[in-house]
Write a protein that binds this ligand. Structure first.
Ligand code: AHR
Length: 327
């Protein structure tokens, strides 16, 4: 009787957390202990951007290719959904848990639960701010501070030798998310060396096109003399371009635009002269994540930090790279 009650409760928890099987696995039955096949529970942030869609595809395809039973859960941008998903992965006794944290803080309790259950955790794409680094095995993803610095360095070069004030507006990513915090910090650190650079407004656009457009419309109404837009991702930049054009201004010329990601739509706008510079952030983390999952399951040592290799694109470089761009 008690077992039946527990099974019903668990089934309810799985539905609430939106956990679905993928790559040939059965979402309800999962157990990492049977057979050689590794079961990986992955909690994704959501589907807020082109980057995220490409990241999800990379993870799902790599799992299928490498014969990993992937239990995929979409948190729809909510930390509480990720916590529920991680708890359901623990209840299912998956072999490895990976997740891309919506925000940096508030993970210690659930990570401790995974550790107590002896299930290794891999942080993917974004970091957590837990002091206890034994709560996860490794962290694979980009250096977001460096990405912000690269954006700032391009700006400093672009305005070299000019003395007039440069009015910058910033579209931040999701509040509390590592890429929003770090891209802001990296950019600010570089531009603070020259007082002519002034961030006159900085607000979240939630990493989405819709919010990017809406916030940019408000910026344009309040500040008639914007020189530069720094958007923490392509999607917000693309939304802002619509707002700039609707306001009768020319994106890339009247207002210079720097974004992060380098997804196809962003690269297209860059090649058309509507964006001036893009700092790449690669979403193709799937193959490395599967390798790491196999290693931690086998009890092998893995590096604490696995950095993604990335580049930057000017308008000319975007034209050359676009035909081969996969996402
Ligand atoms: O964590 C990576 C960031 O999340 C991407 O740069 C952004 O587009 C996404 O939503």
């Amino acid at each position: 009787m008690r077992r039946k009650w527990f099974a019903a409760l668990l089934a309810g928890a799985l539905v609430t957390a939106g956990v679905t099987g993928c790559g040939g696995g059965d979402a309800g039955s999962g157990s990492g202990s049977g057979g050689d096949k590794i079961t990986l529970g992955f909690s994704q942030v959501g589907a807020e951007s082109g980057w995220r869609t490409a990241n999800t595809k990379s993870i799902q395809e790599s799992a299928a290719q490498q014969g990993i039973d992937l239990k995929f859960s979409d948190a729809q941008g909510k930390q509480e959904n990720q916590i529920k998903a991680i708890r359901s992965f623990i209840a299912q006794r998956v072999d490895v848990i990976a997740f891309s944290p919506v925000v940096e803080s508030g993970w210690d309790t659930v990570l401790k639960e995974a550790k107590d259950a002896n299930i290794p955790v891999i942080l993917t794409d974004r970091a957590v701010d837990s002091q206890d680094t034994s709560l996860y095995k490794t962290f694979i993803g980009s250096d977001f501070v460096l990405e912000g610095k690269k954006a700032g360095e391009w700006l400093v070069k672009e305005y070299q030798g000019k003395n007039d004030p440069v009015n910058i507006v910033e579209l931040q990513g999701t509040p509390g998310a590592a890429p929003a915090n770090d891209r802001k910090a990296g950019f600010a650190e570089v531009i603070k060396a020259d007082p002519k650079f002034k961030v006159i407004a900085s607000q979240t656009g939630q990493f989405t096109r819709t919010d990017g457009k809406e916030v940019m419309e408000a910026f344009l109404k309040t500040y008639p003399d914007i020189d530069v837009l720094y958007a923490h991702n392509d999607d917000m930049g693309l939304g802002a371009i619509e707002a700039i054009e609707a306001a009768g201004k020319k994106p890339g010329t009247d207002i210079k635009i720097i974004t992060v990601d380098a997804v196809k739509d962003g690269m297209t706008a860059l090649s058309e002269g509507k964006i001036n510079y893009i700092v790449e952030c690669s979403p193709l983390l799937g193959p490395q994540l599967m390798d790491l999952a196999k290693k931690v399951k086998a009890g092998e040592q893995v590096p604490q930090r696995v950095l993604t290799e990335e580049t930057t694109f000017t308008q000319e470089q975007a034209k050359a790279a676009l035909p081969e761009r996969k996402y």
